[in-house]
Design a protein around this ligand. Structure first.
Ligand code: ADP
Ligand code: MG
Length: 501
């Protein structure tokens, strides 16, 4: 563990933190929770509390939904598409202007490295706002050449219109707190909806700051409401609320199932981005240096806390020892420390709970007989640090090869031929992403067709973009975020008939 050379927190961030307790944002006003309760947000690098946050629950969610419903028919509903674009671009500029303070806040509350927050989370958030900032004037329906076979000589004008869905509830996880919030907010606003955002209880701060920036950007009151709180209370109330039209959720498959059940009451629409246990497949004919980097980034980016983690690495047998040993050696050199320290390569996990969970999986790996090549234990210190961990001699049936760990733990396995590796790669209830490393383009494209995953990366890994759709096959969820596919998620189609007979 490196000792922290503590950088001064940005004055805007100091100012934000000093304003606590951080209240809910409902109808454009900061408000206490109805219960008067609050909870603490922590710095995972030290385990110390950094802020007090109002704890929203059912009554607050209800107030927020009412505000969001009312805002649909207020100034927001009357804005032209061009005016909505201007608001989104203003918000993009504000996020960009506050990039340094926001990156520090992400690092402070989530534990991620400032490097990754600055190169990933914040610029991608800005890019999403700019991308969706261009959409409002381009969301249109079509005219349809209808025939109506049972109506001889039919003459109709038929057209479709894309309308907002209405009130969207967003329940998001703690691994990319700002990015996940923006990924929902941007298309939700582009399509003219309103939103009630429930950030994860571990990481409520950047969503609250984003809510403030929305008001500054001219988003009318009540359009963006932020209600921090816990999953079984605030989250469950939002998922079950009879006046919420759609829930967009990212999180565990287990919680996704709860959300599906809760949505049944009013049959609200859902998009779900759930867990993964993704295969990253390296053939002997690959650019091995690039593949080694891809294996490393694939599992260790964001402390392994990505739904797209390449947590099952398959290496063709002739190169297996070479690559697995290189990965283990590189894992041992990772400099762990507080995310805010610019020298840190890997920060802490988000919480004590997550640390315990990951350590438990490591114990399973050991007792089930996998061979530990690196890590395998907590790192010393008060924070929630787990050493980057590499297992080889992993069997497909082992827990560490089947369940999502959501931490810096990788299972590396050899394979002998294409058919075998495709079968093994697909032998999982998940289907979020997959990686393929080879210089043989036929093989690469055959695999992109055969792998059951919503995203396939060829000779690269962990790439995302505002314009590229993101979502899973199988139990990794349904619906797509990002790109024009999200426009479909946040609008509904009306079919209009005009009789010209
Ligand atoms: P984890 O357990 O790793 O935190 P979850 O999928 O449970 O992952 O959490 C992701 C998000 O879902 C968080 O915002 C959390 O508060 C919320 N959540 C958890 N349980 C529920 C639930 N029963 N209903 C609605 N939201 C929930
Ligand atoms: Mg949970």
């Amino acid at each position: 563990m490196s000792t922290m050379t503590a950088p001064e927190l940005h004055p805007d961030l100091q100012n934000f933190l000093s304003k606590g307790p951080h209240q809910l944002l409902i109808g454009g006003k900061r408000q206490d929770a109805a219960s008067g309760r609050s909870f603490e947000a922590f710095n995972p690098a030290t385990g110390e509390a950094i802020a007090k946050v109002s704890e929203g629950a059912a009554e607050d969610v209800d107030r927020a939904v009412k505000a969001a419903r009312a805002a649909l028919s207020g100034p927001w509903g009357k804005m032209t598409p061009a005016e909505r674009e201007r608001v989104l671009h203003k918000l993009a500029d504000l996020v960009e202007k506050n990039a340094e303070a926001l990156a520090q806040l992400e690092s402070l509350n989530n534990g991620k490295t400032i490097r990754e927050a600055k190169s990933g989370d914040v610029p991608l958030s800005v890019a999403l706002l700019r991308y969706y900032g261009g959409w409002p004037t381009k969301i249109h329906g079509e005219t349809t050449p209808v025939s109506v076979p049972y109506y001889p000589g039919a003459k109709f004008l038929h057209y479709t219109v894309r309308e907002p869905i209405g009130v969207v509830g967003a329940i998001i996880p703690w691994n990319f707190p700002l990015l996940m919030a923006v990924e929902r907010l941007a298309p939700v606003l582009a399509c003219g909806n309103t939103i009630v955002l429930k950030p994860a209880e571990q990481t409520p701060l950047s969503a609250l700051r984003l809510g403030e920036l929305c008001l500054e950007a001219g988003v009318p009151e009540g359009v963006v409401n932020v209600v921090p709180g816990f999953g079984p209370t605030a989250g469950a109330a939002l998922a079950a609320h009879p006046d919420v039209d759609k829930i967009t959720f990212t999180g565990s498959t287990e919680t996704g199932r709860e959300i599906v059940k809760a949505s049944a009451g009013n049959l609200k629409k859902l998009s779900l981005e759930l867990g993964g246990k993704s295969p990253n497949i390296v053939f002997a004919d690959a650019d091995l240096e690039a593949a080694a980097k891809g294996m490393f980034m694939g599992i260790f980016y964001n402390q392994g806390q990505t739904c797209s983690a390449g947590s099952r690495v398959f290496v063709e047998r002739s190169k297996f020892d070479e690559l697995v040993n290189a990965l283990a050696e590189k894992a041992k050199t990772i400099r762990q420390g507080p995310g805010l320290d610019p020298k840190t390569h890997m920060g802490p996990l988000v919480s004590q709970e997550q640390k315990d969970r990951v350590l438990k999986y490591i114990e399973h790996g050991k007792t089930e007989g996998a061979k530990l090549l690196a890590g395998g234990e907590a790192a010393p210190g008060k924070g929630y640090f787990v050493k980057p961990t590499v297992f080889s001699d992993v069997k497909d049936s082992m827990k560490i090869a089947r369940e999502e760990i959501f931490g810096p733990v990788v299972a590396v396995m050899p394979f002998d031929n294409v058919e075998e590796v495709v079968t093994r790669a697909n032998d999982t209830p998940f289907g979020l992403v997959a990686g393929v490393w080879t210089k043989d383009i036929k093989k690469a494209h055959r695999l992109t067709q055969q792998l059951k995953a919503g995203v396939v990366w060829v000779n690269c890994y962990q790439f995302v973009d505002a314009a590229a759709p993101w979502g899973g096959y199988k139990q990794s969820g349904y619906g797509r975020e990002k790109g024009q596919y999200a426009i479909e998620e946040y609008t509904q189609v009306k079919s209009v008939w005009v009789d010209l007979n």
